[in-house]
Design a protein around this ligand. Structure first.
Ligand code: PHE
Length: 456
């Protein structure tokens, strides 16, 4: 495919909204509160923010560089920038990671559709916290219903993917992302005015440093990568569609800040409500799905609120599913010369199989575990906590050591037409700080230091 045949995104707002469409999703609203709750609240939030600013931001800018400079898919990009080398393994890691993330992300996206449906046909009104919890566990461990909704998610994705990049994604993201933000804001106001809300707010904002252990740091780093969609080339694929005048440093900065804000907002919604309704913050993957219906049950026109909220959440989720799917589809299309349509069908088919296994692993196949985790949790763990950080580290090493600084600077400053005030610090971060920090965190979790300490 030649460069000119590739569609590019239109205006500045469109680029930001489309990138946010990819980045903001279940990661911020479903996964963040659940991880934060599992690792002690405030301390996790703090480490998460540090990871976003010191690791996420440089990695995101670097992915933008790779994508727009090469104008290729995630593996092709490395073939263009380092021909004849094995650096393209970073791209393969990205393709596999995207596929594995789709394996559980589409399942959770399906849950949002189920809840949208429930808010219309089975009201949340008059339900107690105990009923709501029981309903979720009955649903998520069911065989047919979650599979049906997962299938719907994949079907919608398939349709959007085939209708083209620019039209489908950009147009809807421009309207729906700001709307989701407004909705979250309103829900946050409702949540902090619930009885006992202050306990939840303290839980989120008062760091208890004794809760910071290697597992919490690894989770916070994984959450930062997951929530920014970095480390697996999704943004390489995305930025390959950026126009030559897109200000990539600015876009990355804005996406990072907004991603932090949305996660905090989700925390401000979930924790006060959880404490108010007597739900444990450590409830795990179901936290958002058992907390929010309690809030809706108490609101006037609660079902209407619930419907719009879950609809917007479903859109945020599906825009992320689309970009994950696009990574694999574009790779097959450009590298293996399969038509776009056919490639998309193959990917959808394989995703349905993987997602079915991960959905069933929460109920019917619960007994079958990998390293003590259900298949669903296993996919989440290995992608977010291992493959994404590893991918991010390799991306930094690649650009830090393989790419001439002059070329990097020219691309990031749009050939010198816009300034990049912190270029030297950025380059230092990419070359030294980010790879070393990520490596240390990964090694720490694997227990290498404990092992070494045992030797002496
Ligand atoms: N960042 C997305 C979210 O927060 C998830 C995602 C990860 C999307 C990786 C694309 C790639 O929901």
């Amino acid at each position: 495919m030649t460069n000119t045949a590739r569609a590019t995104f239109g205006g500045k707002f469109g680029v930001l909204m489309a990138t946010l469409g990819t980045a903001v999703g279940l990661g911020n609203i479903w996964r963040f509160p659940y991880m934060c709750g599992a690792h002690g609240g405030g301390a996790f939030l703090l480490v998460f923010i540090l990871c976003i600013l010191f690791l996420g931001l440089p990695v995101m800018i670097t992915e933008f560089f790779i994508g727009r400079h090469s104008q290729r898919n995630v593996t092709g990009a490395f073939d263009v920038l380092a021909p004849g080398t094995r650096w393209n393994l970073i791209g393969y890691n990205g393709v596999i990671t995207s596929f594995l993330i789709l394996g559980f992300y589409t399942v959770v996206s399906g849950w949002t559709l189920e809840y949208m449906f429930q808010s219309v046909f089975y009201s949340f009104e008059h339900k107690t916290a105990v009923d709501i919890k029981a309903d979720f566990s009955a649903f998520s461990t069911d065989i047919v219903r979650p599979l049906f909704w997962t299938l719907m998610v994949v079907l919608i994705t398939q349709i959007v993917i085939m209708s083209g990049v620019k039209k489908g994604i950009e147009r809807s993201a421009k309207v729906l992302m700001p709307l989701l933000f407004v909705f979250l804001l309103l829900l946050a106001i409702r949540s902090v005015t619930l009885p006992n809300a202050s306990v939840g707010l303290r839980y989120l904002f008062e760091p208890d440093f004794s809760k910071i252990d290697s597992a919490a740091i690894l989770s916070a780093m994984g959450q930062a990568f997951f929530s920014l969609s970095i480390g697996m080339g999704c943004l390489i694929t995305f930025s390959s569609y950026f126009g030559k005048n897109t200000n990539m440093q600015e876009t990355a900065f804005q996406v990072n800040i907004i991603s932090i804000l949305v996660a905090i907002l989700a925390g401000v919604i979930i924790f006060p409500a959880a404490f108010s309704f007597g739900i444990q913050p450590t409830a795990g993957a179901e936290l958002v799905f058992i907390t929010l219906p309690n809030v809706f049950a108490q609101l006037p026109w609660g079902n209407l609120w619930a419907f719009f909220f879950y609809a917007l959440l479903a859109v945020a989720a599906i825009t992320s599913v689309i970009s994950l799917h696009e990574v694999v589809t574009l790779y097959l299309h450009e590298e293996h010369h399969i038509s776009r349509k056919k490639a998309a069908y193959y990917v959808s088919f394989a995703v349905v199989i993987l997602a079915s296994i991960s959905s069933l692993s929460l109920g019917y196949l619960k007994e079958y575990t990998l390293f003590g985790l259900t298949f669903f949790d296993f996919l989440d763990y290995i992608t977010a906590k291992i493959m994404l950080p590893l991918g991010g580290m390799m991306i930094c090493i690649f650009v830090g050591y393989r790419i001439e600084k002059r070329i990097l600077k020219a691309e990031l400053t749009n050939e010198g037409t816009i300034p990049f005030y912190f270029f030297n610090s950025y380059a230092f971060f990419v070359k030294y700080l980010a790879p070393v920090a990520i490596a240390l965190i990964l090694l720490y979790e694997i227990g290498v230091f404990k092992f070494l300490a045992g030797l002496f």
